[in-house]
Design a protein around this ligand. Structure first.
Ligand SMILES: *Cc1c(COP(=O)(O)O)cnc(C)c1O
Length: 498
């Protein structure tokens, strides 16, 4: 009880102080000025084409030449692809091989008009999607379960998660009469779970993580109550790449007859192969009786084009709560499996083609390469005395420093062309190893650059330049409302055409 109160007070106090401080004109001015400065910098980097290309804010009176349009796109593409192709990005593009990309593009070009909503016109869409789900489900259950594993193809990890949470909410309302649904979510789980709770009016119970950044099982146990609809675990989590104790957590769910979702968006197409290759991978999938749903992103380590993921359920009854049907609409009998109405069948075709063209052998080879590169990077980071690695990750590696401002190290890496992820709570930086990092010279370049970045930060003093002060502020500012405002302003800039 006392712990609970202490947990609440700083948050509430911060909100109170924020609300009242912002009313003082002096404070308001100062905050606004600082934010405006940050926004200007962000706008410059978000709108690099302002001066090179014409802005279009209304339809051209007469059509533009197709060649001109294409040239504009190719010019922007040429400027942008260099970075990720050379392996400077964390995650983002997971395969990146030119031949593979061209193959997927061929499939997309052949099927670009396909809409699974019209399955009479495109029954092939049904074949593609059913088989994507079947292949993914087999990969994540080893057929060692009696219950049929079923699912749907979605537009991405976030949609898979949103759908699963909506499904648990509706299932619990219909079957258990739960009207005030609650979800148990480790703090390290993807923000999509928080988004689901906001969208669908579910109360989120956050669970703290232990020193290895895994959900604290005793807290999970204590958090279960009569309104709990499901528990969530990650395999692995996005921030630190660590796997929650899925076996224990799903057993708690089974004991209380509630749902358990394994978020394998990131790990779904890596962990099964890492296990086969002999790496130390705990069981996290449908082989565990308590796991009732899973998400696995085909558009990450499934190496498909962006825009597909798979959500899976144990048994068809649960999946029914995801479906939407309208029986009285003047537009006719209408039904759709996911949030979208019309859907890009071409992305499903390309996803199907990706799975088939890579095959188990291809995924095993890819996983081995990624694990080898990750091993080397982990070792090298361990050898840099100023840095340390958070938890015990496999291939998504988060590192921090007790001596240096890690966000300044991030800034220095950005200066050298790297696009790594800055994380907070605690302050750290991560790199998600992809096939692009396994190419000749990339890993060594990362290590060399990281060592130089650390030296540079050691030798120079803090400045107000770069993103470090922004990250620093965002990580420590108790007034979360201001941080939220900044993020919304950023999105406004994103949508500015001129
Ligand atoms: C990427 C990711 C998601 C969300 O997937 P999107 O495709 O970006 O919507 C969810 N969970 C984890 C662990 C992820 O890594």
């Amino acid at each position: 009880m006392i712990e609970k109160i202490i947990n609440i007070i700083p948050q509430k106090l911060a909100c109170f102080v924020e609300k009242h401080l912002k009313k003082i004109p002096y404070v308001q001015n100062k905050v606004n000025k600082e934010i405006d400065g940050v926004m200007k910098d962000l706008e410059t980097s978000l709108k690099p084409y302002k001066d090179t290309f014409q802005s279009n804010t209304c339809l051209p009176k007469t059509p533009l030449e197709k060649d001109d349009i294409l040239n504009q796109i190719l010019e922007m593409n040429t400027r942008e692809e260099d970075k990720w192709k050379k392996g400077y990005a964390s995650g983002a593009v997971y395969h990146g091989n030119q031949e593979h990309i061209e193959f997927l593009n061929q499939v997309y070009a052949a099927t670009s008009q396909m809409n699974p909503l019209h399955s009479d016109l495109w029954p092939s869409a049904s074949k593609f999607e059913a088989e994507i789900i079947a292949m993914t489900a087999t990969m994540l259950s080893s057929k060692k379960t009696d219950d049929p594993i079923c699912g749907t193809v979605t537009s991405g990890g976030t949609e898979s998660i949103l759908l699963a949470m909506k499904t648990y909410r509706d299932f619990a309302r219909a079957k258990k009469n739960i009207k005030k649904p609650e979800l148990i979510v480790p703090v390290t789980a993807h923000a999509a779970f928080d988004k689901a709770c906001q969208y669908f009016n579910i109360k989120m119970q956050h669970i703290r993580v232990n020193e290895y950044f895994q959900a604290d099982i005793s807290r999970v146990k204590k958090a279960v109550n009569k309104n709990t609809i499901a528990i969530v675990g990650s395999a692995p989590s996005f921030p630190h790449g660590t796997i929650d104790p899925i076996e224990e957590m799903s057993a708690i769910a089974l004991e209380h007859n509630i749902g358990f979702h394994t978020d394998a968006c990131l790990g779904g197409f890596v962990l099964p192969f890492a296990e086969k290759l002999g790496f130390d991978v705990p069981v996290f999938d449908f082989r565990l009786k308590g796991v009732t749903s899973m998400s696995a992103d085909t558009h990450k380590y499934g190496y498909a084009a962006k825009g597909t993921s798979v959500i899976m359920y144990r048994g068809e009854e649960l999946r029914h709560f995801q479906y939407y049907t309208a029986t009285d609409w003047p537009g006719g009998l209408y039904f759709s499996p996911t949030f979208a109405g019309s859907r890009p069948g071409a992305l499903s075709a390309a996803c199907w083609a990706s799975l088939l063209s890579i095959g188990e052998k291809g995924y095993l080879t890819a996983t081995q390469k990624i694990m080898d590169t990750a091993n080397k990077i982990r070792q090298e980071i361990c050898d840099i005395p100023e840095l340390y690695i958070l938890g015990k990750p496999l291939w998504v590696i988060a590192f921090a420093s007790k001596k240096l401002n890690i966000y300044r190290v991030l800034d220095e890496m950005s200066q050298k062309g790297w696009s790594l992820n800055g994380l907070h709570k605690p302050s750290c930086v991560h790199i998600a190893i992809t096939l692009l990092h396994t190419r000749e010279g990339v890993c060594q370049r990362f290590i060399d650059d990281l060592k130089q970045a650390v030296e540079k930060v050691k030798m120079t003093r803090d400045t107000k330049k770069g993103m470090a002060p922004v990250y620093g502020m965002a990580a420590t500012l108790p007034a979360r409302g201001i941080v939220s405002d900044i993020l919304k302003k950023y999105l406004d800039i994103y949508y500015k055409a001129k």
